[in-house]
Design a protein around this ligand. Structure first.
Ligand code: ADP
Length: 296
């Protein structure tokens, strides 16, 4: 029979098998936490994590638009792309041809505007089709470098775009980054996405971080031909988990072909003010709700 850690020992004191032990998850988390180095000392007031349970739900889209929305508010912003195996932030900002420069012994982030700088593993890969084949410890080392070896200067915010799920990258940044203000969870409305978003919310709570809110992306779509609304992925799923889990709901963003085009063409949707429409208003409303939540 599997013995369990019933004596409330610390993970390092416990000699029992993890398999079958009801404390296994929390013990493993504690072990991971205790093996990590201490927080990196950089000059940033707030770090915001953007995560999702499932991939393809619009996490990078939200990260890019949030970074621009914060910069539009006059903040000095860093955007950190930690989706190491699918680093799309450079493409979404039209800077996929850029490479890191070294100034002295520091990495210079790529400056998109005077108030927005970006780091991404894509800036060290030879081309956009080269996959990154790294195990966890290498990614953890890269995340540490993205924090302490980058010439960030003095920042108000770092927005962190994480890979989908609740793995190494999220754990590492939560542990290493100073002043983590909380995490925003992006989901689409359908069950297969909200199921994973629930896990993401619980993960954030287990890390002891505030859930800044849930964003329901791809929530309905206006037919470009007849103008009628089509519930492609359903509607209301994100709001429901926010209510169920008692966390803020930041709003819904519809599917809009212009958002997909904006991503592909490297032009953040939120800065296209000349083409204000219902979707732009939704994105703006969600970003303003999130900034309000963050500013407290
Ligand atoms: P993730 O980071 O979760 O994998 P992305 O932000 O890369 O998701 O989005 C996946 C794709 O969907 C991208 O091509 C993006 O431009 C597009 N997209 C995201 N949100 C919307 C939306 N509301 N309407 C239309 N396309 C969207």
């Amino acid at each position: 029979m599997v013995k369990t850690n019933t004596k409330q020992q610390t993970p390092d004191e416990c000699s029992h098998e993890c398999t079958g032990c009801p404390s296994a998850t929390s013990c493993t988390e504690a072990k991971v936490g205790s093996n990590l180095p201490p927080k990196v000392d950089i000059d940033v007031k707030h770090v915001i994590l953007v995560l999702s349970g499932k991939g393809g739900v619009g996490k990078s889209t939200v990260s890019v638009n949030l970074a621009f929305a914060l910069a539009n508010h006059g903040y000095q912003v860093g955007l950190m792309d930690l989706d190491m195996h699918g680093p799309n932030i450079p493409k979404m900002l039209g800077i996929e041809d850029q490479k890191f420069a070294m100034i002295g012994n520091k990495i210079e982030p790529v400056h998109v505007t005077g108030t927005l700088s970006v780091v991404s593993i894509a800036f060290v890969l030879p081309d956009t089709s080269t996959p990154l084949i790294w195990r966890g410890p290498m990614k953890m080392a890269a995340i540490q470098q993205f924090l302490e070896d980058v010439n960030w200067g003095s920042l108000d915010y770092i927005v962190v775009d994480l890979p989908p799920g609740t793995g190494d990258e999220a754990l590492t940044i939560a542990q290493l980054a100073p002043n983590v203000r909380g995490a925003v969870v992006v989901t689409t409305p359908q069950d297969v996405a909200t199921l994973d978003a629930r896990k993401a919310v619980k993960f954030v709570e287990k890390l002891g971080l505030p859930v800044l809110g849930i964003i329901e992306n791809m929530s309905g779509m206006l037919c470009p031909h007849c103008g009628k609304e089509i519930d492609l992925f359903g509607k209301g799923g994100g709001k429901k988990i926010a209510v169920d889990l008692n966390v803020p709901f930041l709003g819904a963003i519809p599917i809009d072909i212009e958002m997909r085009i904006a991503g592909d063409e490297g032009r953040p949707f939120i800065i296209r003010r000349q083409e204000v429409n219902t979707s732009w208003e939704s994105v703006n409303k969600v970003m303003e709700a999130l900034i309000k939540e963050v500013e407290g």
